[in-house]
Design a protein around this ligand. Structure first.
Ligand code: DGL
Length: 272
């Protein structure tokens, strides 16, 4: 039994999709969620810069006394998972491997697509993982510049989002994939838009459920789960506007957020 909290971080709101699944799977655990909205988006940035941000955040969260760090951002997982695992004392779980496995299991025609940020596509980790699980799979990655930004905008379900999704879905439909990995934690926030774009015949693989399962398994195997029956609590931290985070976070998470604490970039840098 280990009563320490689990930390989850993302460049912004996307990791809330992972937090939600973790809350459903592990209702007795405490969570600390950090959204680096002050430096959002990560997707168009060079991998080295994202790696620097992720290491600052990982070290900062470890100093908060957490028992595990969940990198709920595909761009940060692509850029820094190995470095975080090497640097931190606590276990670090990322979002790419669980989805790659789920996609290989789901596909029937062995044609898998990927929608992700430019950074995640450039890093190429999904392709390597998918091929390592089944070398016969045809893999079609599509970078979606601007999509996470539309989801974080004041109109996440607006016409701009619908048009962008249609445009990015086009090449994957042409490639006749039967499985699409949503390789950005923001994308499940517009799940309905994506489901309409692809229709019933395409399986969409979301990172959140797979990742929550992986977190629960890791806690159980390491014997560090919170075994009491009490309901866990969540703390929310952001490097950006706290009120904006509270309002948008509540809407996406469908969960009351009473308070959001500001973490300055100087505090993050000091932890590094
Ligand atoms: N949620 C981040 C990810 O999973 C992407 C958003 C961004 O560009 O910061 O990659």
């Amino acid at each position: 039994m280990d009563g320490r909290a689990i930390a989850i971080f993302d460049s912004g709101m996307g990791g809330l999709t992972v937090l939600h699944e973790c809350l459903v799977t592990m209702p007795n655990e405490d969570f600390v969620y950090l959204g680096d909205t002050g430096r959002f988006p990560y997707g168009p940035r060079p991998l080295d810069e994202i790696r620097g941000f992720a290491l600052e955040i990982g070290r900062f969260l470890e100093r908060q006394g957490v028992k595990m760090v969940v990198v709920a951002c595909n761009s940060a997982t692509s850029a820094a998972l190995a470095d975080l695992q090497a640097e931190l004392e606590v276990p670090v779980v990322g979002v790419i491997a669980p989805e790659a496995e789920a996609a290989v299991q789901a596909t029937r025609n062995r044609r898998i697509g990927l929608l992700a940020t430019q950074a995640t596509v450039d890093a190429g980790r999904y392709g390597t993982l998918v091929q390592s699980l089944d070398a016969g799979v045809r893999f079609f990655p599509v970078a979606c510049p601007g999509l996470a930004e539309l989801i974080e905008s004041a109109e996440p379900y607006g016409a701009g989002t619908v048009e962008a999704v249609r445009a990015y879905a086009g090449p994957l439909k042409q490639a006749e994939v039967d499985t699409v990995i949503l390789g950005c934690t923001h994308y499940p926030l517009i799940r309905h838009v994506l489901e309409r774009a692809f229709g019933r015949d395409v399986t969409l693989v979301f990172s959140a459920e797979e990742t929550a399962r992986k977190v629960a398994e890791t806690l159980a195997r390491k014997g560090i789960a919170h075994t009491s029956e009490r309901e866990g609590v969540c703390r929310f931290l952001t490097t950006g506007d706290t009120e904006q985070f509270r309002v948008r976070g509540e809407r996406f998470l469908q969960f009351p957020i009473a308070e959001v604490e500001l973490v300055s970039l100087a505090e993050l840098r000091a932890a590094a």
